[in-house]
Design a protein around this ligand. Structure first.
Ligand SMILES: [Zn+2]
Ligand SMILES: [Zn+2]
Length: 301
């Protein structure tokens, strides 16, 4: 909540006129509690989980030819019904775990010092903090994800996320409830170390999930703007991790490739043969992904 009662009071306190964005922010947030502003993340995540995967789902269902050649695992196709089941499962987890987690984690946001007042951060401050958040999340996510591939972690927790051998956008947040809680920590570490404005936090949560949906889209489009981001992993990189599944010893990082490169787990494993035959090199031809056969339907082109 902004500690000024009116725009003139805010202008007097800042010693300058408010920018257009600051005026908008003042008008929107002045009478709202910080907890309520933080909980906007629940609505943003609901919209992102529901809408962001739709364009690629449409391509997958319609199999529109100019785009179909960019499908990473063309031998694995899901029906609309199967995709909707994935979305429904994600929504159950969303309302039981993701939403409540946001509600109860507000004290930690207050504790680390996320601010909601004026002035608003500059674009450079926002971009710098987002970069730090992505780097910290990537590093910590890498090690937690790698740990979850041990026998216990995989069987008890991570197996659920790997039910989709060829991921779709809806499957990005599809995971065991414990994985949702555990992997919430890497997203929290960045803002905890370099706390910023609530708007930066909103952007961080939203961009991280949009990135995860793009990475799980199942399509590798050569014109994707993310291709211009240095060390960006992308859809094919993570698709290979899902493709190998349970036995995977590679491509653990969530966003970039530098951790996998440094720790020797970087692998560009897809070949035309592996794509068509559904066989992974890391498993000597055996595709052991631990997924449920009820959730996927194999059709060979
Ligand atoms: Zn994994
Ligand atoms: Zn994944």
């Amino acid at each position: 909540m902004i500690p000024y009662h009116s725009l003139p009071e805010a202008i007097a306190h800042l010693g300058r006129n408010l920018t257009f964005a600051e005026t908008l922010w003042f008008n929107y947030s002045a009478k709202k509690s910080d907890h309520f502003l933080f909980c906007h993340n629940i609505l943003f995540l609901f919209v992102i989980f529901s809408l962001a995967p739709l364009p690629v789902v449409f391509l997958e269902i319609k199999r529109i030819l100019p785009f179909d050649k960019y499908k990473i695992q063309p031998n694995v196709r899901l029906s609309l019904k199967q995709m909707f089941k994935c979305y429904k499962d994600v929504m159950v987890i969303f309302f039981l775990v993701v939403g409540p987690l946001q509600l109860v984690s507000y004290p930690s946001i207050k504790m680390i010092g996320i601010r909601t007042g004026l002035p608003l951060p500059s674009w450079w401050e926002i971009l710098g903090q987002l970069l730090v958040y992505f780097m910290i999340e990537d590093y910590t996510n890498y090690w937690i994800h790698r740990f979850l591939h041990n026998k216990w972690g995989y069987e008890k927790i991570h197996r659920v996320h790997h039910e989709y051998q060829a991921p779709i956008g809806f499957a990005a947040p599809y995971a065991h409830w414990a994985e949702i809680l555990i992997l919430g920590l890497p997203s929290f570490f960045g803002p905890a170390l370099v706390p910023g404005h609530m708007i930066t936090l909103w952007l961080w949560i939203a961009l991280r999930q949009i990135e995860a949906i793009e990475t799980h889209s199942g399509y590798d489009f050569p014109w994707s703007l993310t291709k211009y981001i240095p060390f960006y992993g992308g859809a094919e990189y993570h698709d290979y991790h899902h493709f190998v599944g349970r036995q995977s010893h590679s491509n653990f990082a969530s966003v970039f490739t530098y951790c996998d490169y440094i720790y020797g787990t970087d692998k560009r494993g897809f070949t035309n043969d592996t794509r068509k035959n559904g066989q992974a090199h890391e498993t000597n031809g055996t595709n052991q992904n631990g997924r449920s056969h009820e959730t996927q339907d194999f059709k060979t082109d």
